[in-house]
Write a protein that binds this ligand. Structure first.
Ligand code: G
Ligand code: MN
Length: 234
């Protein structure tokens, strides 16, 4: 756990935040379809998970989140394709849709937070009206994210890597993924599989008809839009 001062220092000096980009691949074309932006950096920013947990404990999550969001957008948008930016519901209400929303921007909601669901739906509507699309991150074991996927009418549902890991070895995981895809279709949301690390997992996802995927096998987070080349061909 980091001190309040440490968290505040990042919020006050957002120029310390470096942006990394992980490609989201189109499995049919073998080309990047877009990118997920990840806030990184030196020192305490090297482990953003711990930083965000500490910010939450100090009641600073909304501020840190908004600072990271702004740092990401200051880095620009990729030429062609979308940019998905991680943000919690708490962070999103600290940001003005009118200033930041664009058609190549995807709001990747990482945490439902304590917000009233109707209030959150209203906030998302404003971002949509200004051109952004909405993704729900890490849909799988977390009940909050599952609820968000079911009730917020997202454009994208990101299937958590815990569902993908080992899907080549466990038929129960394949069954679960197939059902999750059905739910995505029913909701009219595009499914994006996360955390593909092994060729066997990639094959399962292709066989299930998943179009979009990301993971270390397909491309690691890197400091620019350097063209990602898909392992195993397109
Ligand atoms: O929850 P979210 O999807 O935002 O998680 C992003 C994090 O997951 C980043 O820290 C990124 O480096 C990591 N990540 C991306 N792809 C993979 C992968 O294939 N395997 C694992 N273990 N982590 C990944
Ligand atoms: Mn994410």
């Amino acid at each position: 756990m980091l001190s309040k001062k440490d968290v505040e220092a990042v919020i006050r000096h957002p120029e310390r935040i470096r942006v990394y980009y992980q490609p989201v691949m189109n499995l049919t074309s073998g080309q990047p379809w877009g990118y997920e932006a990840l806030a990184r950096g030196e020192g305490i920013l090297a482990k953003p998970g711990r930083l965000f947990k500490s910010a939450e404990a100090w009641g600073l999550l909304g501020e840190l989140d908004a600072a990271c969001f702004k740092a990401v957008l200051a880095g620009g948008l990729p030429p062609g394709g979308f940019l998905a930016v991680n943000v919690t519901a708490t962070g999103l209400i600290n940001l003005e849709a009118g200033v930041y929303a664009k058609s190549s921007l995807i709001i990747e909601l990482t945490e439902y937070g304590q917000l009233d669901p109707r209030e959150l739906a209203g906030v998302l509507e404003r971002w949509r009206r200004d051109g952004a699309r909405i993704a729900i991150d890490d849909v799988g074991p977390d009940i909050g994210q599952l609820k968000a996927a079911l009730y917020l009418k997202p454009d994208f549902i990101k299937l958590d890597r815990s569902l993908v890991a080992g899907c080549d070895r466990y038929s129960s995981k394949r069954l679960f993924l197939a059902q999750a895809l059905e739910v995505c279709r029913y909701l009219g949301a595009e499914a994006i599989a996360e955390g593909i690390e092994k060729p066997g997992e990639l094959k399962v996802l292709r066989d299930l008809g998943i179009e979009y995927a990301q993971g270390y096998l397909l491309g690691r987070p890197q400091p620019g839009w350097k063209k990602a080349v898909m392992a195993g061909g397109g």
